[in-house]
Design a protein around this ligand. Sequence first.
Ligand code: FMN
Length: 218
Amino acid sequence: MDATEAIRLRRSVRQYTDRPVADADVEALCRLALLAPTGSMAQAWSLVVVRDPDIRRPLAEMVIRGGAEYFRRVRPPAPDVSDDEHAEWARGYAEQVLSSYRHVPVWIVGLMVPRGTFPDDWRSYERDADLMSVAFAMENLFVAARARGLATVPTVFHWFAESDFRALLNIPKEHEIPVITPLGYPAEWPTGLPPALAKIRRPWRTLVHDDHWGTPRA
Ligand SMILES: Cc1cc2nc3c(=O)[nH]c(=O)nc-3n(C[C@H](O)[C@H](O)[C@H](O)COP(=O)(O)O)c2cc1C
């Protein structure tokens, strides 16, 4: 599969099988991730590959718990539903959509490792550059994984269980954890976005302007 096809066919996958992933694939994907552009060639990044079942299990529970917190806060409650009932719905929904995370064979954790090379008053530029670089690396990994028939999903649900997550992986407090992903074989490949998301995808022409802002191609 070439790069164009892998970009087109990549989808966020949330249902996985427990089929093992070969070490050679994991290693190749990490190496391709780390070929991404990196601001100032700083390489202010690291990847944690989690395979140990004793770490994967609690990690998955934290992601599912964080997902429930996300759904509780972001999805509007149904009419006439109490806060407790809404929280219960969010826990059930997270369970429904994320439970296969418990048997995903690999997780990849993308870290930003602060470098402290920019002047003090440019630290926020440095942080932005380094967070972007981690995101580029992870996108490399997502696309390369797709080309090998492996599935991923950029995930931030661990943000909502952050202190437990840090403690589990021994991540120092200065390191940021912008994005993680399960890595495994999908229960099935989504053929496109779910209808609700496909409906809100903006036509690309409305997002491309020629020469200056305010001239979309639409
Ligand atoms: C910055 C970022 C954070 C995301 N966080 C999550 C997440 O925590 N959990 C999740 O299931 N999907 C997450 N996604 C995936 C998006 O929901 C998904 O990319 C979007 O719906 C489009 O679907 P596609 O990736 O299949 O094209 C995230 C995507 C991005 C770019």
